[in-house]
Write a new protein. Structure first.
Length: 168
């Protein structure tokens, strides 16, 4: 990874290996659509929904997994049921000039249990976080932790009123 300063912000360039794009046909796309809706479908039910018999459907799913198109399966958890129904979208601006401080910031924030999504952005703000906590008091504690990090120059919080659409 290399960093290049540009004005008062930093541009990042990665020299990581780029994964080759997998060529999807209409059946592959339908398999992905069905699994995104319900990752617990049995192979028999998935095959029925996409118009295949079970053996070729299973082969396709395995190929999609091996190619990295399907990167995993997970459960969608209801935040109310877990006591984390207070959702805040947080924008963070940083003021750092060295890579070590930036890496420390990212590692620290990624380690916060209440941060369920963490994105580095192009331009301003530098980062967006999705934070799930129990209530205002829990968020205030998290907010103060963020403000105490050396790289942070500004934190803006937006409490979620209602989720209209989400895709996990």
């Amino acid at each position: 990874m290399s960093i290049r300063a540009h004005g008062d912000f930093h541009l990042w360039r990665y020299s990581a290996v780029v994964r080759k794009q997998y060529r999807l046909d209409s059946i592959d796309r339908e398999i992905l659509f069905q699994l995104q809706r319900d990752g617990r479908l049995s192979n028999v039910e998935l095959a029925r929904r996409v118009g295949l018999t079970p053996p070729p459907c299973l082969r396709r799913v395995k190929r999609l997994e091996e190619a990295g198109v399907i990167s995993g399966y997970r459960a969608t958890v209801d935040p109310v049921a877990t006591g984390q129904s207070f959702e805040v979208i947080v924008s963070v601006e940083i003021n750092v000039t060295d890579l070590g401080t930036l890496q420390d910031f990212e590692a620290t924030v990624a380690g916060f249990e209440e941060v369920v999504e963490f994105r580095r952005m192009f331009g301003r703000p530098d980062y967006f976080l999705r934070v799930l906590v129990a209530d205002h008091a829990a968020y205030e504690q998290h907010h103060m932790e963020l403000l105490g990090l050396p790289a942070v120059s500004r934190v803006v919080s937006h409490q979620t009123m209602k989720r209209i659409k989400t895709r996990d």
